[in-house]
Write a protein that binds this ligand. Structure first.
Ligand code: LAC
Length: 229
């Protein structure tokens, strides 16, 4: 990582699910109710959820992320032959109060104290994003919690990334975009944000358009990367 890449950053824009908030915490909280297939279900749920957004983009058939998340879960419950409707209700409910990753609250506070503007840009629709951010106690850190909803399309469509300039009046070259989803990081970099991939799983880079400015293993090193002591 070259620090020169990260001077002149006015605003940090974070992806939500997987980057600030741990989507696996939904299944983890209800592990006993889900049963022995909990980990397999959690993995497939996330894969299908994201796959469905890309497919809906391809079909020009946007529906809110809450609906897509539920449809992905229904598929996964069928795959694993889990029929108890209570399990579905518990898992969807948990999605409204996902845990932030452990390093996130202190990191946001440091950036905020150093005068960086902070925002979220997420596939989530406001009815699911807003309760989650409120439940985490982190809402006051963010100047904006932006959803793809007004664009009516999902990441990595450029119309989504454009919402940041439209809503926050900041040009892409002054934005540091952070995502743990490698495909989202490439999409954001291709669009023109200076983008850091938060490679929480320590996996190889995807071969996609968009040059990443760098990668971090988690967000604890972000203040240092931005030159904040
Ligand atoms: C989001 C998904 C991509 O929050 O994690 O947009």
């Amino acid at each position: 990582m070259n620090d020169r890449h990260m001077t002149g950053i006015e605003m940090c824009v974070f992806d939500a699910y997987g980057t600030l908030f741990d989507f696996n915490s939904a299944v983890a909280r209800h592990r006993t109710a889900v049963g022995p297939k909990a980990d397999a279900l959690a993995d497939l749920w996330r894969q299908k959820q994201i796959q469905y957004t890309w497919l809906r983009n391809g079909m020009a058939a946007y529906a809110p992320f809450w609906q897509v998340t539920g449809e992905a879960l229904d598929h996964c419950l069928a795959v694993h032959d889990i029929r108890d409707p209570d399990v579905r209700e518990k898992l969807m409910g948990a999605y409204l109060a996902l845990d932030p990753f452990p390093e996130v609250p202190a990191m946001l506070e440091r950036l905020q104290r150093a005068g960086r503007r902070l925002a979220i840009l997420s596939n989530g629709n406001p009815a699911m994003l807003d309760p989650m951010v409120a439940a985490s106690g982190l809402a006051a850190c963010f100047e904006a919690v932006l959803s793809v909803e007004p664009a009516g399309v999902y990441k990595p469509d450029a119309r989504v990334y454009r919402l940041v300039e439209a809503r926050c009046s900041v040009t892409p070259d002054k934005v540091c975009f952070l995502s743990s989803n490698c495909w989202d990081a490439h999409g954001a970099a291709h669009f023109g944000f200076r983008t850091i991939w938060v490679n929480r799983a320590g996996v190889p880079d995807d071969r996609l358009p968009g040059t990443l400015a760098g990668q971090l293993r988690d967000l604890s090193q972000l203040p240092a990367l931005l030159g904040i002591a």
